[in-house]
Design a protein around this ligand. Structure first.
Ligand SMILES: Cc1ncc(COP(=O)(O)O)c(C=O)c1O
Length: 477
């Protein structure tokens, strides 16, 4: 046995961990429901908000500053308030706050010799984590290797380099309108939001194809041809136009299979296969950006949930995985030198990411009758209940086909016809009433719900929707 193994199996550490977890359990048990801010702590919050603005040069999007403890879906903030966390750090905290098993896993990892692991020097946890990702990703696809890094944007940057190298001299990419891929120099150019690349030189050739749009699909019916087929044909024609304009110049099509920031938009499998068939015929890499979808849909990978594994050449993941990765096929394995870095991930991130995936695999989360799908149905039931109770909050709108949408643990809620000012006001009102949530979409806008389903029971939804109803009432006036 190495001394490292002795340390890992140390009884002293195990006993100390038990004591720490007992203490955390005792503290977190005090958080049993939504709590208003403590007026005596207002100054503390204001002081921190001023410090953020001064040190960072810009204030926070929402006055969320955690106290360092939570209880499942509930989180305590430094103003003493307790809120339902329906944003979960925009994805990573699927098992909520102060989860005893994950805290213990993190502390064990922190007791190791180094905080960060890298490409030159790494410990076994980096290897195990990489193998786990490859095992999960390769079940129904040709993905065979994973390259780790610290952010979704960097995973995407790595993926971009790999598809460029393999498909050289092709140097352009295709993406969906309204996509988001991160904020590096390269990714802000591919992402379809002008504000996010304001002042950044444009060095990447990128063309856009419309994402599947239910409203267009419904209205495009003509004769015997369904609106969906006509809509998909239109999108395929757009892709072909780009390819004809720049033959042989596209290295990849970046598929965000469920658009995150773009509005939790989903599409049927036929939409993706029609586009992916064209990509395959033109040697364009099929790259699925699963940074937001990873773990949250009806399978661990959204490409599996949509049965698209056979098409995928490159897949990027992040958020819930804790450590991010570009996962690719043997064919796309790049030559030495292209990918590396001082850091591949933190020891704590690797251990917790590994443990979370183990729990996802063991926990009956996936499939149509899995826990994630059941939670989605419970969420939809709550929305339907609100529509019956307050139809005035859900006016008819040309842009909104239903007040709920998304897939699995990516849930979207669309009151007030998806109007921007109302949805923004609603996320603020929800925060004040006891729920952390964030908007998505670009007209229509939606409340996006990234709930910590790993620690939630279906019985939580009525309580969460009590807060939702209070927030809606405030905004409706
Ligand atoms: C689909 C998608 N791609 C890429 C990113 C960028 O990830 P990160 O913020 O970790 O750089 C995000 C983050 O929201 C995302 O949702």
């Amino acid at each position: 046995m190495t001394v490292g193994e002795e340390l890992q199996q140390s009884e002293t550490i195990a006993n100390a961990l038990d004591a720490i977890v007992r203490e955390i359990d005792e503290k977190r048990a005090q958080l049993t429901g939504v709590r208003a801010p403590n007026p005596g702590l207002k100054e503390t919050l204001d002081d921190h908000l001023t410090r953020v603005t001064s040190s960072r040069g810009r204030g926070l999007y929402a006055p969320y500053i955690g106290s360092g403890v939570g209880n499942g879906a509930l989180v305590e903030l430094i103003d003493g308030s307790v809120k339902y966390d329906m944003a979960c750090g925009i994805g990573p905290h699927f098992f909520g706050h102060s989860d005893p098993d994950l805290v213990a896993t993190a502390i064990r990892a922190a007791a190791g010799d180094v905080t960060m692991q890298g490409y030159f020097q790494q410990n076994t946890s980096a290897i195990t984590f990489t193998e786990t990702l490859v095992r999960c990703a390769s079940r129904n696809s040709k993905l065979r290797h994973a390259f780790l890094c610290n952010s979704g944007a960097m995973a995407n940057d790595n993926a971009l380099k790999v598809v460029y190298q393999k498909n050289h001299p092709a140097d352009r990419v295709i993406a969906f309108a309204d996509c988001f891929m991160g904020r590096s120099v390269a990714m802000c150019q591919i992402g379809d939001n002008a504000a996010y690349r304001d002042g950044v030189p444009t060095t990447i050739g990128v063309e856009y194809v419309p994402f599947f749009n239910e409203v267009s699909a419904r209205s495009a019916s003509a004769g015997d041809i369904s609106g969906q087929t006509r809509h998909i044909d239109m999108c395929v024609r757009r892709l072909e136009e780009h390819i004809n304009r720049y033959p042989g110049k596209y290295a990849a099509f970046c598929f965000e299979l469920i658009q995150g920031e773009g509005g939790y938009n989903t599409a049927p499998r036929e939409f993706f296969t029609a586009l992916m068939d064209v990509c395959k015929a033109n040697s364009i890499a099929v790259w699925t950006d699963e940074i937001q979808t990873f773990g949250r849909t009806l399978e661990m990978f959204a490409f599996d949930a949509l049965n698209l594994g056979e098409y995928v050449d490159m897949c990027t993941i992040g958020k819930m995985s804790q450590v991010c990765a570009a996962i690719f096929t043997e064919e796309y394995n790049p030559r030495g030198g292209l990918l590396s870095g001082t850091f591949l991930g933190s020891s704590v991130g690797l251990a917790v990411g590994q443990r979370m995936i183990e729990r996802l695999e063991a926990g009956d989360y996936y499939g149509q009758s899995g826990r994630i799908a059941q939670h989605h149905r419970a969420f939809v039931e709550q929305v339907k209940g609100l529509v019956v109770k307050h139809p005035e909050w859900f006016p008819e709108s040309e842009k909104v086909t239903a007040p709920y949408g998304g897939m699995g643990g990516m849930m979207r809620f669309t009151p007030f016809g998806g109007k921007k000012d109302k949805i923004m006001a609603l996320t603020k009102a929800l925060f004040d009433e006891g729920m952390v949530a964030i908007a998505c979409g670009h007209d229509p806008y939606h409340v996006r719900i990234l709930a910590p389903l790993g620690v939630m029971e279906e019985s939580h939804w009525p309580r969460i929707f009590e807060v939702m109803e209070r927030g809606l009432a405030k905004v409706a006036g």
